[in-house]
Design a protein around this ligand. Sequence first.
Ligand SMILES: [Zn+2]
Length: 499
Amino acid sequence: MYRLCLIGLATASLVSAQAPTPSTGVRYGRLLIRNAHIVDGTGNPARGPMDIYIDGSTITRIAPARLGEESRFFGDTGAVRAPDHTIDATGMYVVPGIIDMHAHIQFSRADKSMPRDYVYKLWLGHGITTVREPGSGEGIDTTVAHARLSAENRISAPTIIPYATAGANSPEEARAQVRRLKQKGAAGLKVFINRPDVWQAIASEAKTLGLPIATDMKIQEMDALDAARLGVRSIEHWYGIPDAAITGPQDFPDDYSYDDELDRFRWAGDLWRQTDSARLSAVLDSMLAHDVTWDPTFAIYEANRDLARARTQPWFKDYGLPQVLANFEPDLTRHGSYHLDWTTADEVRWRENYRIWMRWVREYAARGGNVTVGSDAGFIYQLYGFTTIREMEMHQEAGFHPLEVFRHATMNGAKALGLTKTGVLRPGFEADLAIVDGNPLHNLKTMYGTGIEVVENGKLVRRGGVKYTIKDGIVFDAPALLADVREMVKAARTHTTAP
Ligand SMILES: [Zn+2]
């Protein structure tokens, strides 16, 4: 298994990792999913009804549904065998497991710890089977240990691809650090340091060791052109791209301070407007030439264009732990909690910012650039799992067809991560998939854990949500995981209000 190889180098002791509760996922020998419509993740149109045959952790066959007839597995020797377990997916859609390219593992918020499977269960509950962990505050030892626990089905969690944050005070220190992180089991690096000499040292050492780099460039001396030349695998958010397409620095107001979170996020909202289109076009061509993935993470900034919406999302009530919600509230000592004096003008500016940004992401994809889905949840009013689906909605808003949106969220993520056996529903590929109650191409909101309201027999009923998330052939009951989360939230609220 390539994934086990990936984390086989882990030196972190499992004893030191405080594990969440044991996995509730079950891997059957021969699993049959009957009568499903499928979206294969490549951008091909939906097909169905189909039967999907899974042997252990691998999809072995996808064939037109044999209704009224026994479906059978065919072994290597030609022996015909019945399935060990069957899921009736009549009226449902099967999509590849979602790959969230920017998913932070967090075990505490606002200085209060949270149950260690809260984030994992929200992810699995939304059909997310793989996360790239872009540098966790919990540390690389913990994320590597949890990646292993997940791969061994000892915890209920998606496949975790642990990246580690790299950055040091000198090139020599940086090289040693990169070697140490590789030894600890990091599968890649997240870099945002503002030091070109250190950047270069990290990039060259990473190249030697075969570690891909994801960068959140923020505002710094280097820009997307430099990053592309250094061989960076993915650019997170947008930073560095418009920066490479303006003459000189951004036109900041004269009292701007980069260390003021309100200033930083307010004026980021004016950056795209200041770019030169011809230059931007050339920047995209360079990114394309160096095969850079653009992981735009639209949703994490949505509060900036509509604060009231972000602050009152309906799932907060049942799925938001008090410390997670408290962490979102304005407090300039925390990263990303800056909405004090957030004005009409700020929202108007950000709406325009989004329009230009989305246009260029669409343009990048049109030229053949790899565009992916990442959430960055846990900050700025964005809740784990739900935000990944919101991100997909915003890709549709950017002008992508829902089939393309699914490709961004599945096949393109796998490509960016170098995973050659996931992200597509295809025989020979890993059984990473989600079974959705309804048609997510008709309405992406079908994917939300809270479901959607539809009219059936003249009555409003609640449908939708992911019914099963299957990771590496391991079947998780998604509604049961979300019920666990609701219990965690209920318990935390009771606890918080007790005398
Ligand atoms: Zn992040």
